[in-house]
Structure formats: structure tokens, C-alpha cells
Design a protein around this ligand. Structure first.
Ligand code: ATP
Ligand code: MG
Length: 420
């Protein structure tokens, strides 16, 4: 939770703006245009956090912005936005139009805390919607009439849940009502936008609060019905909670990468993971990885696995995904109130797994002492799916007993088994 003290102490001034961003600002100003720092960066500075990106607003038309800077991305030019590239970053420069100027721009933003602007060169902080007061009270409030703001762009309802998760804010009652009223319409928002907000939401700390908001408002039923409609989580989670709150607790216990946190999000509904990720237009690679992590979770009984079972698991999940699989298992353990360092816990499993990895077991079938060509030659068969089947069988044997991974032993085994 962010305390009001950090907000008081922080310094929203041009001194906090990185040199390359200041250079872009100054260039626009010297070309005769009005220019402001706007949006999330000012909010983050107010909260004493490091801004992730810097956005500018100007009265220069997109074509004029494009003419001033040598390196730009014209994407969004029709919507009045140009990306100006510096060595360090991409800066979003948006043109404000209409008679209200910068105030009109701020009035179209989502939440009061995001509707701040810092003028250049006077360094005056514009806060026409009292965003700083709301921030000090840790309140999330829509700019203007909440319902019509959410109707204009339903993604804002999900952004609200994201800010609850990442900043520990509480939602002002009128804004909360409007989220519930407008939750249905999130279905009309582009899948990519929904996915990106969910990933940001998952990176937060206040997940239980965010999930309560999503479940209570009906948002979860729209974006993740597979989870929203489940009752109690499956055994061994007998904490009496609903599946979504159990899920929120597991996510919070995971490191903040979107891959593992999305796997945690879907860990109770592994069969739905491909459908959900497809719906969110996640990349093929991320989908494959998350599907593997959810479909092949380390069970709580893994403490009694034999070394051979352990090796087979490592081979199945692969060394790339193994750290996430272990972190997910630890998170699950902690979410249920167990200590991973207790005997039989995941800490012990980690140690046993490290020992196996140090012994250079051929976890990948490619590291078998013989390959497909050898099988074809020794058995005098044609290349085909049988070769793959035979190699997989040999691999399982070697995982059971890694000492067998020597060419002469495997050749001998092949002869005995297949050349009778
Ligand atoms: P972060 O950068 O931390 O992910 P942000 O709030 O800065 O969060 P951006 O996507 O960078 O989000 O947007 C920059 C600013 O643009 C916001 O602070 C807000 O003022 C405005 N904004 C973004 N999305 C919307 C939206 N859907 N509706 C209205 N205003 C928005
Ligand atoms: Mg931002």
C-alpha cells in the first residue's frame, strides 16, 4: 500500500524528467508550440515511483511534430499521436485540439490521478480534476461522469482494476457503481488491449482487492468466465475460499513476470488455458509455455517422487520452464499456508532437482548416446515414426537409469529388444 507520505515527499518537477525527454520538449517549445508532460509519469512521480514511460501533449499537429524530429513512428497519426524516438525510448506525443486546449485533453483522460499536466517552461502543474487530492486519499475516481467515461471506452473499467492491483487504491463509490454498470461492454474491446491490461494487473500486489472488484462488478464474468463461475477451488485447497480468491492469492505469491503470473491465473482451469490465451491473442510461444506450465503442474505430493519420477518430470517440462514450474509450486504451497522450507516442501524438491541437473542427465532426447540414424542403421529399418517411438522408449529408460546412456549399452538393448 502506498502511504500518503511518499506522495507528499515526491517532487513533480522538470528536474525529474530525463534529459532526452527534456530535449524533445524544448525542441517543440523552441519551434513555437505549447508542450506539456502529461499522464501516468506525473502520477508515478507523485507516488514516489519511477515513471515507466513519458507522454507529451502539444498543440503542434502530428505532421508538424513529424517534421521537427528525424526519428518518428507515424503510427496513430490519424488519432493525433506520433511516437518520437530518442536513443533511450519512445515518447508518445499527442496533439490536443479544440478551443479548450490542454484542459480539453485532460478532461478526456480516464482517472483524476492521470489527468495531470506539467507546463513548459513555467513548470506549473495543472490538476483541474483534483487528482492529487484523490491520490493523497488513495482514491481512484473517474474524470467527470463515470458512466459515460466507461461507455466511451470500456477498457477503463479494467484499467480501474489494474490500478487497484498495482497501487492499492480504493475506488470511489460512484466510479465503482459505474464499473458494475458498464462491465458488460468490456466484451467490445480489442483482445490485445484487454490482454495488456490483465498482464499489468497481474504484476500488482493487491490482487485480492482487484479480483474482488472484478468479481463483484461482473468484469471477471466477461473476461474470464471460466474462472468466475467456478465455486470452491479443487482439493487440496480447502481454505473455504472461492476459486478466484484462491487464484489471486497464488498469483501474489509468484514472482512478477507475466508468464508465471498468467500460469498462476489459469492454474485451476488448465483445460481452459488454450481457449483463454487464444481469446486474448497471446503469442503462440507464450501460449505453448503457459499451457505446459498449467497442464503439467508439480503436485503437492511431489515430495514423495522417486529420483526417476523427478527426472521424467524435468524432461517433460524442460529446463527452460522448470524454474517457473517450481516457483508456481512454491507459490501454491505458500498460498495454502505451508512453508516451502519444511520437510517434503518444494525447497527440498529444488535441491533434489539441482542434484539431478548437476549429474548431466540427458533430459533432452537429443542428448541420448544414440540418435535416429543409429536406430535406422542398427535395426535396418526405414526412417519414420517408428524411429521416434523407439528413441522415446530409450529416453524413458535412460531417465529411469542415467547410467544406461552409453552407446554400447543402448545398441545392445536395441539388438535384444528388436532383433530377435
Ligand atoms: P502505465 O504506463 O503505468 O502502464 P498509464 O496510465 O501511464 O500506465 P498509458 O497507456 O501509458 O497508461 O497511458 C498514458 C496516459 O494516457 C494515462 O495516464 C491516461 O491519462 C491516458 N489514458 C490511457 N489509456 C486511457 C484510456 N483508455 N482512456 C482515457 N485515458 C487514457
Ligand atoms: Mg504510461
Amino acid at each position: 500500500m502506498l502511504g500518503p507520505d511518499t506522495a507528499e515527499d515526491s517532487n513533480v518537477s522538470l528536474q525529474s524528467v530525463p534529459a532526452d525527454v527534456l530535449k524533445v520538449i524544448d525542441r517543440l517549445f523552441r519551434s513555437g508550440f505549447a508542450v506539456y508532460v502529461v499522464g501516468g509519469a506525473l502520477r508515478d512521480l507523485r507516488l514516489g515511483l519511477a515513471p515507466k514511460d513519458w507522454d507529451l501533449a502539444t498543440d503542434a499537429l502530428p505532421e508538424q511534430v513529424a517534421a521537427i524530429f528525424p526519428r518518428i513512428v507515424p503510427i496513430g497519426i490519424r488519432h493525433g499521436t506520433v511516437m518520437v524516438l530518442t536513443k533511450q525510448r519512445e515518447i508518445e506525443v499527442t496533439t490536443f485540439s479544440g478551443s479548450k486546449g490542454i484542459l480539453g485533453d485532460l478532461g478526456r483522460r480516464d482517472f483524476t490521478m492521470n489527468a495531470l499536466a506539467l507546463s513548459y517552461p513555467e513548470e506549473i502543474l495543472l490538476d483541474p480534476h483534483d487528482g492529487q487530492i484523490d491520490l493523497r486519499k488513495q482514491t481512484l475516481r473517474a474524470v467527470g461522469d463515470a458512466r459515460s467515461r466507461f461507455a466511451e471506452d470500456p477498457l477503463r473499467t479494467l484499467r480501474a482494476a489494474r490500478f487497484v492491483s498495482t497501487y492499492g487504491l480504493h475506488v470511489e463509490p460512484g466510479t465503482l457503481d459505474a464499473i458494475a454498470c458498464m462491465a458488460e461492454s468490456i466484451g467490445t474491446t480489442a483482445a490485445e488491449r484487454v490482454r495488456e491490461e490483465i498482464f499489468k494487473l497481474l504484476s500488482g500486489e493487491n490482487l485480492l482487492e482487484a479480483f474482488d472488484l472484478m468479481q463483484g462488478s461482473g468484469l471477471l464474468r466477461k473476461i474470464l468466465p471460466e474462472l468466475a463461475f467456478l465455486g470452491s477451488p479443487p482439493p487440496p485447497c480447502r481454505d473455504g475460499n472461492s476459486t478466484y480468491s484462491h487464484t489471486a492469492t497464488v498469483i501474489r505469491c509468484c514472482p512478477p513476470s507475466s508468464r508465471i503470473r498468467t500460469a498462476a491465473l489459469l492454474h485451476s482451469i488448465p483445460g481452459s488455458a488454450p481457449t483463454v490465451l487464444n481469446r486474448w491473442k497471446a503469442s503462440a510461444r507464450l501460449t505453448r509455455e503457459i499451457v505446459a506450465l498449467t497442464a503439467d503442474q508439480i503436485p503437492s505430493a511431489a515430495g514423495s517422487w522417486t529420483d526417476a519420477q523427478l527426472r521424467r518430470y524435468i524432461a517433460r517440462i524442460g529446463l527452460d520452464l522448470l524454474p517457473d514450474a517450481l516457483d508456481l509450486a512454491s507459490a501454491h504451497e505458500r498460498s495454502l499456508g505451508f512453508d516451502p522450507t519444511e520437510p517434503g516442501g518444494t525447497q527440498e524438491l529444488r535441491m533434489r532437482i539441482s542434484r539431478q541437473i548437476e549429474q548431466r542427465v540427458p533430459f533432452d532426447i537429443k542428448n541420448l548416446a544414440i540418435d535416429g540414424h543409429d536406430v535406422v542403421k542398427i535395426l535396418a529399418i526405414k526412417p519414420g515414426s517408428l524411429v521416434g517411438d523407439i528413441l522415446r522408449r530409450l529416453h524413458q529408460k535412460v531417465l529411469d537409469d542415467p547410467a544406461l546412456n552409453r552407446k554400447e549399452i543402448l545398441v545392445e538393448f536395441l539388438r535384444k529388444e528388436y532383433l530377435k
